[in-house]
Design a protein around this ligand. Structure first.
Ligand SMILES: Nc1nc2c(ncn2[C@@H]2O[C@H](COP(=O)(O)OP(=O)(O)OP(=O)(O)O)[C@@H](O)[C@H]2O)c(=O)[nH]1
Length: 404
């Protein structure tokens, strides 16, 4: 097999970098909310690619082309490391890219008049610094990978840093007069250098795509499971979580209960004060209910002004007490909406959900109980009779006069 030369190494790495830039464009389309960090990576890959291509086709016996190529590669790597770190930590970097570029420029100017060895040491030390920075930004891929592919990315980024440690070592060891000999290294190290530098942009690109994909998935699932107006679970999310929640409550030996809460005469609030006020009331009712429920309760917006609560009760009477607390929380004090004080009450239907498979049956029982609460005068809790959930409903808990 023919050994790889420095020119090929730079060409391979340059092409890899430009492919990395293309991957950033794809990721930007897939997850527009990550535009800012992806842009940093994109500019980084383009600048790195330009630096590497320049290195491939330039005369490396004079200082300024080396300086240009190396500086471009450094700035590129710095931007990629920052963009990647931003995506991994979901926080913008503490300092913008500008201070890094300023520090780099200062170091480059300081290195300019040095003899080849000193010049090489400064440059390769800076490269090593940024390569370690990049490896640090991808450390989770190496230390806590979620897949073999992610581990491969971590290994490649660690190898990338190792190759700069290697070239720094060459620079420290170098005694000759020519700059271009600084990067000379024997086979097979040169092949490892070339392949690692070609793979780094692709590996980082794949990792960023993966991160963008995971963040998009998490955002979609948050959107699908959260009601936009109240921030409570959606009906669909509650359906999905209910079986596991039920199994956990049963495993604790407790009684799972279903509570339907419906705001009374909500149409009147909309008609009297406007739809925006109605929305504000729904938000405030949700907030009050959330504040009066234990954290292990699940609460969803079930319909327009209807909510479903899943209660973990040690006993049926606990569920009834919790339901009464909720009724009082909503109905005992009017809601302050802008300059208005809006009195609100709610009717509640409670049913035990004992049988593992019978969510629909328990829901029907709670619904029937809620209907009875409405019929009975509203602002009250009605408990479905466990012995005959479809028909008979037991006595109600506290009731106060119906709101007008
Ligand atoms: N502001 C606002 N109103 C909503 C929303 N969703 C549903 N509604 C309104 O809620 C009202 C529900 O009215 P009804 O079903 O007649 O119930 P109600 O007036 O509460 O009467 P009872 O339930 O019998 O006490 C309708 O006017 C809907 O337009 C919402 O997201 N925001």
């Amino acid at each position: 097999m023919r050994p790889i030369d420095m020119l090929s190494a730079y060409i391979i790495a340059g092409v890899g970098s430009l492919l990395g830039a293309v991957m950033m464009l794809i990721a930007r389309q897939a997850e527009p909310s990550q535009r800012a960090p992806l842009n940093l990576c994109l500019y980084g890959f383009v600048i790195l690619g330009v630096g590497l291509a320049h290195n491939a086709f330039t005369d490396t016996t004079v200082r300024w082309p080396i300086l240009f190529g190396a500086t471009a590669s450094l700035v590129g790597t710095a931007l990629i490391a920052r963009g990647l770190g931003w995506m991994v930590s979901a926080r913008p970097p503490r300092f913008g890219a500008l201070p890094s570029v300023a520090v780099l420029a200062g170091l480059v100017i300081a290195a300019w008049p040095l003899p080849p060895r000193g010049f090489g040491i400064v440059f390769h030390a800076i490269f090593l610094l940024f390569a370690v920075n990049l490896a640090y930004a991808t450390r989770h891929a190496l230390l806590r990978p979620r897949s073999a592919a992610e581990r491969a990315v971590g290994v490649i980024c660690a190898l990338y840093a190792a190759t700069w440690a290697q070239t720094l070592w060459y620079a420290i060891d170098y005694r000759g007069p020519e700059l271009r000999h600084l990067m000379y290294m024997p086979e097979p190290l040169l092949t490892v250098f070339a392949v690692t530098h070609a793979l780094m942009p692709l590996a980082v690109g794949a990792l960023v795509l993966n991160l963008a994909n995971a963040q998009l998935g998490a955002r979609l699932s948050r959107l699908a499971s959260t009601d936009e107006l109240t921030g409570l679970l959606t009906r669909r999310a509650l359906h999905e979580r209910a079986p596991q929640w039920h199994a956990q409550v049963r495993a604790r030996g407790h009684t799972p209960a279903l509570l339907l809460v419906d705001v009374d005469h909500f149409k009147n609030i909309n008609d009297s004060h406007g739809h925006d006020c109605g929305d504000a009331v729904l938000r405030a009712v949700s907030g009050r209910m959330r504040g009066h429920l234990r954290s292990d309760a699940l609460i969803a917006r079930w319909g327009g002004e209807e909510f479903l609560v899943l209660l973990d009760a040690t006993h049926c009477s606990d569920a009834a007490a919790a339901a009464e607390r909720l009724r009082a929380a909503v109905g005992d004090a009017p809601f302050a909406i802008d300059a208005l004080r809006v009195p609100v009450t709610a009717s509640l239907g409670l049913a035990a959900w004992t049988d593992d498979a019978q969510f629909a049956r328990a829901l029907a029982a709670a619904d029937a109980a809620l209907y009875a609460a409405k019929r009975g005068g509203r602002n009250r809790v009605v408990i479905a009779d466990a012995s005959a959930p479809d028909e008979a409903l037991s006595a109600t808990a506290a009731a106060s006069p119906e709101t007008p």
